[in-house]
Each structure stands twice: as C-alpha cells, then as structure tokens.
Design a protein around this ligand. Sequence first.
Ligand code: DLL
Length: 451
Amino acid sequence: MGPGFFGGFSKKISDKGGKTVSYYQEDIECAEREKMRDMQSKRLAENVSHVYENVPYYRKMMDDRGLVPGDIKSVDDLRKLPFLTKDNLKDAYPYGLLAVPLSQAVRIQSTSGTTGKRVVAFYTQGDIDLWDECCARAIVSAGGGRDDVVHVCYGYGLFTGGPGLNGGSHKVGSLTLPMSSGNTDRQIQFMTDLGATILCCTPSYAAFLAESIIEQGFRGQIKLKAGIFGAEAWSEEMRRDIEAKLGIKAYDIYGLTEISGPGVSFECSEQTGMHVNEDHFIPEIIDPKTGEVLPEGERGELVFTCITKKAFPLLRYRTRDICVLSRKPCSCGRTLVKMSRLMGRTDDMLIIRGVNVFPSQIETVLLSCGFPPNYQIVLDRVRHTDTFEVRVELTGEMFSDTVKEISTKENELLSAMRAMLGISPKITLVAPRSIARSEGKAVRIIDNRKI
Ligand code: DLL
C-alpha cells in the first residue's frame, strides 16, 4: 500500500461545521480514526522491516532486545522499540542510519548538532514528494490554491524551511517566489510587484517585514491574505500583532529536519494547534524523565516515528519539544490529531533568528580558538528581531596582549562562530573572571526575549 492509498492529490472544498474548508487530501485529512490507525499499523510494520533489513544499527538494536520485525504488527507494538536521540544520530554520522543504497538518495538537508557535527538527513525522490505533500496540506489549509502567489522567505539550502514550503507550493500549483531570507527591500519589492498572497517565513521575520512595509508606506500595496510561520516559538500576542499589521490570517507550522522538515504538523482556520500528518508520522507524548508514554492531553516530550519515509526513517525519535496532543473534534473537519503550540524544550537548545543554537557548539568554538570556555549568551528582541551577543572571558595572558592582537583573535573567533552556527553573534570580550558565577556555576544564558 503506497502513500497514495486514499486516492491521490486533490484539493476539495467541503462544508464542515458551517464553513467552507479546503483540503489538499480530504480522504486522509478527514479519515475515520479506525481507517487511519489500520493504515498506520500497516505502514509501521513495513518500515520496521525495511530498517531491520537495511540498517545495521536498527538490526542490532532489535536483536539486542530479542525483537524481530514480525513483533511490530501494529501501533500498539511501538512501545517495544527503544527511543532514538540526537546523540544516536551523532554516533551514526554521517551515513550510519541511511536506509537505502546511495544510488537511491537524492538530497540531504541539515540542522545543528549539539557540538561540532551537524545532523544530516537523507531523502529519496519519493521522500521529497511526501514531504512536499505535507507542506501542500499546510498551504491549502491556509487558503492557498492554484491562483495564489506564495512568497517563500525561509532560508533555502541546508535549512528545510525554504525547500519544504517551495515544494508544497509547487504541488498545490501556486506561483512560487523562491526569495530565501534577507534583503528586506527586495522582499517588499517582489511582494508588491508580483502581488504575493501567502507569506512563508519565521514569525520574527514576518513581524520585522510588517514593520518595514508600514514604515516604507507600502501597506496599501500588498495583497497578502495569509502567512505560514514556524521554525521558532511565537506567542498568541505576536500572532495578533502580525495579523493586524499585515491584514492577514497567520498560521503556525511545525517540523524538524530529522523527521523531514516543515509540515510535520500544520494549523487550520481554528488556530488552536497543529494537525499532525499522522499518515506519515506517528506522534507520542512521553514523560521526559522516565520515558513512560503519557495519556492524551498530558504535557510531555513529543516523540515521532516515520512510517513512510525510506532514506532516513527514524523510529521513536525524541524531539525534546514539549507539548500536548489532543483528539478533540476540530471545526475544520480534519481528524488528524492536534499538537499544541510548543511549551518549551527539555534541552538547552536556543532558536535565534530561526537558527538552532546549542551552547555546547559555542563552547566547542571557544576551545578550538584558544579561548577559555567562560562565556555568556545574551539574547534580546528588538523590533521583533533577535539580538545575539556572546560575552567571552579573556585569559589573563590574552588580557595583557596588544589591542591589535586582541582584535585579530576576536575576528578569528567571529569567523569560527559564523562557520559553526550559521549566524553571527556580536562578540564582546570581557576581563578574566568578570562573568558572574553563582555557586561556582556560570550563568550561561540570559534570555531577555519575551516569547
Ligand atoms: O525549523 C523546520 C521548519 C522550517 C519548521 C520552517 C517550520 C517552518 P529544524 O531547523 O530542524 O527544523 O528545527 C526544529 O525548531 O524541534 C522546534 O524546537 C523548533 N520549531 C519548529 N517549528 C516550530 C514552531 C525546522 N512552529 C526545531 N513553533 C523543532 C515553535 C518550532 N518551535
């Protein structure tokens, strides 16, 4: 049974709960629970066999537990499998979890690892088609169709935001503007000249764009009706602010590189959480301390199992994201389970201007450039844009260097930070032992952003 089981790609307008709602794949998005669960079980069993046959890591993991693929017949058997973490991905870097021959893999995308090594995710052409389909559902849910002009200013390249929404927009048949990030004046020019109707970017960039559009007097010339914003946390207040400034409806979208990218879940017109594309990803909520699976409605760590992807199908991957799942009927008519807005993380990952940053990456760079690992990350949000400063203590020896020597070291450090993180912090060098330590421990992160 292939992913097109329910009958292919169609956009339908249906009347649910008294309003007109658009679906990209109504049969799946509104499938009866039983039907969805049967499909999930079948696909899960197939993918467990697939990784057992093709990935020594999974085979060993199952052999060690005395499991054979036949033991995983349904969603209920999922709990027999252990969790997978970012550390497992680091150990398997780069090809250890690739589940198809290299000849079948056509793309990688990548996100931050906790230290020097990044996470690399692989895709077959089929995987990309499914991912595009997930993003197409998000675009149609936000009111997108063939007549729309979709302006994508998520980053392109290794980040999944640009390629994901770009692919979704193509599937829907919208005219796609592959703008990528940066150059705000050019963004506004294309948006107004080409009459963009749907904006896809991080919420903080959307807020910044909104202010720039108003300041430059272009508010009357934009045709935007909706925005699809994700990749970082944003509040309900921020949503209302962006909606009012741009005159649009703003939809949340969630995803992570390890599981595919944006479109793992997406919001509908009800704006009360994101529908998980359950026909591709089975979600679970666990207690992050004990690993116990929690009942629906309880807050905990989100875990995903990929049941259709072939090149990099992670089983029971711990996202570190905290949220709640709900099966309360939704007025949009979709039956896909909803995840709440994210409520935090179980690790120390920061998202700065949409880029994932781990303090341990900063430590790695400092040590490689000869600095002591005494630092502080100071974050703030000015006009909806994150400011990012790294205060670094000099050693006593460095402190007595000439200004020129210190400035050379600072530049080296800045380049190394940019290379490791993908964004540039403001570096502030401070005197030895000037970073406050409480009970011997330095306070590493000062986050003044109110998210
Ligand atoms: O951020 C994928 C993405 C691109 C999602 C564009 C939405 C739009 P990564 O770089 O791997 O992938 O980062 C994944 O970002 O585990 C969350 O902590 C966070 N995140 C993603 N979407 C949201 C959201 C992309 N809507 C990590 N709200 C995830 C809050 C989000 N946090």
